[in-house]
Design a protein around this ligand. Structure first.
Ligand SMILES: [Zn+2]
Length: 286
């Protein structure tokens, strides 16, 4: 599942290759890829036709292409295996090509949505006054957003009576942090994932947010993380940040700080990776 850095890499690719281009026509090759567009495939292609794409935008893991002069946006759901590729017209169709968008210009490239497992798709939505697709209006700002409010996040942590990893994955508090970067940031901050948030101090919150941002910026710098050979960025290049992960996926390997074998524990239908020495479990209180 792509996380914020991967989605931002895709967004930057789209900004470079498809922003300000006018749609000549869209073609839906598999109806499942537009199932979130309730009015159906014909309506989807009709509404895109002739419109210019604005600057691709992102909040957390959500990515959208505004359609200029419409107050609507095309929301991309990458799902488990969705890819947005910019390809030359003459490139052979990918086996799992679901949607093709051709442009009314002479650049000789087209946008393709390719998705093996078809959990993802594209859909058109009305924008909120903030310019967000209405279906994601409840998603909080992400930590790389200049308008993210650290103090409000801290207060929310204190109020929530949650545990820290659960809070980091709560998209109504902070968006864009998934399982991988939560484990990485918690390892850097030496915090156990079950630490209660109610007694977080302001310096602790500030330090943790700093680690969240560092780990995301590091991933961005190398083009996102790839755990799945299916994930590639907009130009078809695979990310390779996985080589520099400190926690995620390192069960049994020595902690890079203290050498203690890292552990993996089942956590909310996923896994948490942590160092039992550096990230001490909180004392159980009933
Ligand atoms: Zn350690």
């Amino acid at each position: 599942m792509p996380e914020l850095p991967e989605v931002e890499v895709v967004r930057r690719g789209l900004e470079r290759w498809v922003a300000h281009r006018t749609v000549a026509e869209a073609e839906v090759l598999h109806p499942r890829a537009v199932r979130r567009h309730i009015a159906g495939a014909d309506d989807f292609t009709h509404r895109l036709k002739g419109h210019r794409i604005g600057t691709p935008s992102r909040r957390g893991k959500y990515l959208w292409l505004p359609l200029e002069d419409t107050q609507q946006s095309v929301l991309a759901h990458l799902g488990m295996s969705g890819q947005l590729l910019v390809q030359p017209h003459e490139a052979p169709d990918e086996k799992h090509l679901r949607i093709r968008v051709r442009f009314a210009d002479t650049l000789k490239t087209e946008l393709r949505f390719v998705d093996q497992r078809t959990f993802g798709g594209l859909s058109l939505h009305d924008n909120t006054p903030d310019g967000l697709p209405d279906v994601i209006a409840h998603i909080a700002r992400d930590p790389l957003d200049p308008l993210f409010d650290d103090e409000a996040f801290h207060q929310a942590l204190r109020r929530k009576r949650s545990t820290i990893k659960r809070a980091l994955l709560d998209q109504s508090l902070i968006s864009g942090v998934g399982n991988i970067y939560a484990d990485e940031a918690l390892w850097r901050a030496r915090l156990h994932y079950e630490r209660p948030t109610a007694n977080f101090t302001r310096p602790r919150t500030t330090e943790l947010l700093g680690h969240v941002r560092d780990v995301m910026n590091a991933a961005l710098a190398v083009g996102g993380t790839s755990f799945d050979s299916l994930y590639v960025n907009v130009n078809g290049e695979s990310g390779y940040f996985d080589r520099s992960l400190d926690a995620y996926g390192r069960e049994g390997l020595p902690c890079k700080r203290c050498g203690t074998p890292m552990r993996r524990r089942p956590w909310m239908n996923r896994s948490s990776y942590f160092c039992p020495q550096c990230q001490r479990a909180p004392r159980v209180s009933s």
